[in-house]
Design a protein around this ligand. Sequence first.
Ligand SMILES: Nc1ncnc2c1ncn2[C@@H]1O[C@H](COP(=O)(O)OP(=O)(O)OP(=O)(O)O)[C@@H](O)[C@H]1O
Ligand SMILES: [Mg+2]
Length: 374
Amino acid sequence: MKAFDNKAHYYKKFEKALHGKFMTHITMHGAWVNLIFRVNIIIIVLLAASLSMMIIYRFSINPILVGMILNNVQGLFGQILGIMFCFGGYQGQKAKIQQCLNLLEIPQEQEKIEKKESWPKRGTVTFDNVHLRYRPKTDLVLKGLNFEIQGGQKVGVVGRTGAGKSTMSLALTRIIELETGSISIDGVDIAEVPINKLRSKITIIPQDPTMFTGSLRMNIDPCKKSSDEEIISLLKKAGLDSLISQKEKKEGEEQTFGLNYQVEENGKNLSSGEKQLICICRAILRKNKVIILDEATANIDLNTEQKIQALIKEEFAECTVITIAHRLQTIIESDQILMLSEGTVQEFGSPEELMQDRDSRFNQLIADLKNNNH
Ligand SMILES: Nc1ncnc2c1ncn2[C@@H]1O[C@H](COP(=O)(O)OP(=O)(O)OP(=O)(O)O)[C@@H](O)[C@H]1O
Ligand SMILES: [Mg+2]
């Protein structure tokens, strides 16, 4: 607090919290005093009434009875308080049960999409005037994004550092909610889709592959939805057969690890390319229609990258693939190129269209690439 010179702010916060505590404390104390006052009045009235009766019938009343009445009227104070206390507790518990019942009666959030199990069918992604900021008082990061990616298209996203490329993928999975505008997939606004369902339908392959400590099988198919044969044939396609054909010595005999190959913490015993390929295999098995690769191949040599691109092209042929990349080679063969600049769309079109426009930023990037190669 001292380092950020925030003492006044926290002092106010503390004061407010203390005020809240005292307000409830004073109210409760006041209620107790009120109750005790009222019970005392009742006792005094009872005592006065019984004393008056005793005075009126002073010649005929049994003195033992007088002693008993006086003694018991005084004892009533504690008993009345006890009854009141129990009654108060009963009312409190009843209110809690009532609140639970009220909660049960609240109409459930309408899950319009739930019935459509097959959504999304085509994977058409539409950004309509999307504005987004990370926190209320910070600047807008996406400033009115408008574009439509047809289902099954491969789109390459390029732009300077800080242009909002990764933010776009966060918006698509609703990790950050939009300020205005909407994003729809196959015409359904993603804001209306339950968040778990939305995230299960979009696959993001980030730059840093996530590996779990455990078998290769568990890493590729954590939900155990695919058969061993399916996984092995996929690994072969991805060129990872060397991993599963490694041998270990067990009881004097040599056996292949197969899918039981043990991945160490954070995939320490795998190369970056292998880790990335495993992540892509995992994504392929999930069979989602919308795939986002956020600089997934940035740390990988060109050869392995080409292998990965070929695998993506084959396995995700029917899917919408959004590839965020710094290297032009990664996205040059895409159906569409989306060029972002400071949170807005600078250029959007097929590579041929953009190349025809001599002044396009895309042409400049290609010229830069050629110059670098020479
Ligand atoms: N968690 C965050 N909180 C606040 N602002 C953020 C946050 N993450 C990113 N930003 C801001 O949003 C803007 C866009 O960031 P984003 O990560 O989308 O850029 P990018 O295009 O993916 O860049 P790069 O090519 O370096 O990955 C940047 O100006 C950044 O300062
Ligand atoms: Mg980024």
